[in-house]
Design a binder for this molecule. Structure first.
Ligand SMILES: *[C@@H]1O[C@H](CO)[C@@H](O)[C@H](O)[C@H]1NC(C)=O
Length: 244
């Protein structure tokens, strides 16, 4: 039930900031006083865009940082030096594919065909190390994805209830019918989400106490729970008239 009520879009999740707008610092930049991470979840192979949300007006160039874990010493700089270049602050990645999968457009970072290993913190800021806004990105694996053909009486996964948390699926919108005039097919992707009172408050989520299963907001002692559930796809038939 809860899953159905969750909206995946990350728009307007600003209610968390009591501190905002207090004091000059914030009026100028619209950034929260300390870095928080907006949670975002995707399925492997998806392409997504992360806007740099609260960049001060006078900043004309941003740099994106990638951090596997909070406070990790291995911070990779994803930057755009005349095109798409990634500079690894520790050592340059050997594989060239990673170089092609990130791109900066204006102040947004675009991640093409994200991999599970791309999960982590993405932070936009300046070369000097000022941080403006951050994301906690959870890329969920497709290997063990479950598929439910609803027309054949198959069901999506049941919610999992435990003492400290519950797990459920949050579905994206149905895709448009893949044919017209004849019976076609629609699908919707469902990602694993967790509800718990023990999430790290440093992370900002659309619903209170709810985040995706692979999020870093999930405390270490609960991080195994992601393995209890897989992302899923629901498929149903559809019939839409063809445009005249
Ligand atoms: C969220 O968790 C906190 C404890 O961390 C609890 O006090 C609060 O009631 C919870 N809110 C909801 C909506 O479940």
């Amino acid at each position: 039930i809860l899953g159905a009520a969750v909206l995946l879009c990350m728009a307007d999740v600003l209610h968390a900031f009591a501190i905002e707008e207090k004091g000059d610092v914030f009026r100028r930049t619209d950034c929260p006083a300390f870095l928080v991470f907006d949670s975002a979840a995707y399925l492997a192979d998806m392409t997504f865009e992360l806007p740099c949300k609260c960049k001060p007006e006078e900043v004309s160039e941003v740099v994106w940082y990638f951090q596997k874990e909070m406070g990790s010493h291995q911070t990779r700089v994803l930057t755009d030096l005349a095109g798409t270049v990634i500079v690894d602050s520790a050592h340059v990645q050997a594989g060239s594919d990673v170089l092609k999968r990130f791109s900066l457009r204006m102040f947004s970072l675009i991640v093409f065909r994200a991999q599970v290993t791309d999960s982590g913190h993405y932070i936009c800021g300046t070369k000097k190390g000022e941080y403006f806004s951050g994301y906690d990105v959870d890329v969920q694996p497709t290997e063990h994805i479950t598929v439910a053909f609803l027309d054949r009486g198959q069901h999506v996964q049941d919610d999992v209830q435990a003492k400290l948390f519950s797990l459920f699926t949050t579905f994206w919108d149905w895709t448009v019918c893949d044919r017209c005039g004849v019976r076609g097919e629609q699908r919707r992707i469902g990602l694993c989400y967790v509800q718990s009172n023990w999430l790290n408050p440093r992370y900002r989520t659309t619903l209170p106490n709810v985040t995706s299963c692979g999020s870093r907001a999930v405390p270490a002692r609960l991080q195994h729970i992601g393995h209890l559930r897989q992302p899923e796809v629901a498929i149903r038939s559809c019939l839409t008239p063809c445009p005249k």
